[in-house]
Design a protein around this ligand. Structure first.
Ligand SMILES: [Zn+2]
Length: 61
C-alpha cells in the first residue's frame, strides 16, 4: 500500500501508528508516536489530489 508522507522526515520503520482527527484529501492522517511523522494512505483518499507544482513551495533547505 502506498503512503504519502506529510512531513520531511518520513518514518523509516513504522515505529507505530496513531490515527488523528485530521483529513487530507479525504484520507485520515496517521501519525507515528515515535518520531511525529505524519502521512496518509493514498488508497484512502476520497478527494482528488492537490496539484503539486515543483519549485513553487519555496522550501529550500
Ligand atoms: Zn516513526
Amino acid at each position: 500500500m502506498s503512503a504519502r508522507f506529510l512531513t520531511s522526515w518520513p518514518c523509516q520503520d513504522a515505529c507505530g501508528t496513531l490515527k488523528t482527527d485530521e483529513l487530507v484529501e479525504g484520507a485520515p492522517v496517521y501519525r507515528c508516536p515515535g518520531c511525529d511523522t505524519t502521512w496518509i494512505e493514498l488508497d484512502e483518499r476520497t478527494e482528488p489530489p492537490h496539484e503539486e507544482v515543483p519549485g513553487r513551495s519555496g522550501a529550500g533547505s
